[in-house]
Design a binder for this molecule. Sequence first.
Ligand SMILES: Nc1ncnc2c1ncn2[C@@H]1O[C@H](COP(=O)(O)OP(=O)(O)OP(=O)(O)O)[C@@H](O)[C@H]1O
Ligand SMILES: [Mg+2]
Length: 406
Amino acid sequence: MNSLAWMVIAVLFFVAAWFAWKYYDLRKKIGTYSEQVKRSPENLPTDFSGLENLSNTIASLQSTFNLKLETLNAETSRLAAILDQLTDGVLIANSTGQVQFANPAAKKLFDVDDPIGHSIAEVVRNHQFIEAWRKCQQTKELQTESVELPARRQFLQLIVIPDKHESGSLLLAQDLTRVRRLETVRRDFISNVSHELRTPLASLKALTETLQNGALSDPEAGPRFLGRISIEVDALTQMAQELLDLSRIESGQVELIFAPVSPKQLLTSAMDRMKMQTERAGLKLSIECGDLPNIRADKMRLEQVLVNLIHNAVKFTKPGGAITLGAESNSRYVRFAVRDTGAGIPSESLVRIFERFYRADKSRAGSGTGLGLSISKHIVEAHGGKIWAESREGQGSVFYFEISVL
Ligand SMILES: Nc1ncnc2c1ncn2[C@@H]1O[C@H](COP(=O)(O)OP(=O)(O)OP(=O)(O)O)[C@@H](O)[C@H]1O
Ligand SMILES: [Mg+2]
């Protein structure tokens, strides 16, 4: 071998040694770097000599990852807050029907403290709901079921949605009790109104037919029938007005104008309005009221309540009886009372008289439509107060309502 060959071998040897050393150094640095990444991933070195490119890329990847994680955490906590506040119950069950998540509303609706880990059947305790869940598991299609639970006086709707990823299901429970009750009230209301309209309309029809058939020219019967027509029309007008008042108050369209009101003045002005009517009915009307603190009230509306109550007392008390208006107070409220010595109200009716159209004794109620007390109740409640009655059949009634003092 000549010297040139030896030189080439020597150079090759040094180059190989240099590469080997470089390789060894790089591995050592990668080892140290990964140690550091493991030890404090939130504090990555970006200027690691020899690995600048790699460390920069990893650091930027990590900050993107952190940002995404933060967004994800924020979204998860927002979702958790929504699920917590949601009035609909949410249950998540796995493929075997074991509950894995339940929001507070679900626990309340199904009346269970800790449904996690229990089976759907144990939690919902209703065969129609269990069947809906089973069907959803089989068909992988959305199922809806509505059930009335008489024991709990609840009307629930359950929607079972298949969970495509986990092969489990999501159950959404809605309490439709209130909606159902409102529907019933609406239906009753319409049937009551039509029933109440039918009687005066039938009378009007009969009266006009009698007039058409010759009574119009009768000097005695003609004016009498016209008088009856006028009474029926008045009753219809009053009913229309009361219904309008009621719907306005109920829908919150009536804005109460609150101001300081003296209880004694309120009683006096209601008495002045009803004096003539009471005298004509042969009744005594009086006030028993000392000096009381002012209340916060809409004077016109509250006077309407008193007038309604006095009007009833007049209607249901025989001549010779007495109606007493009173008021007394404590530090929080003034309690008004309208007392009569009239027919009284049977105890089974006492709980119902504030309902719309309710009349205890239809034969005695005369021209009334049964709306006066429900209007009064709404007005008192709009003042933040309460109204109730006490009565003994044959001895008389007392209607009370309380309004806060100023
Ligand atoms: N002071 C009372 N004495 C005896 N029964 C009463 C008295 N007040 C109310 N009632 C009973 O309560 C029912 C409901 O009263 P409410 O004022 O709502 O209706 P109404 O007087 O019959 O009709 P409206 O007030 O609409 O003209 C009456 O029909 C009556 O049976
Ligand atoms: Mg009345």
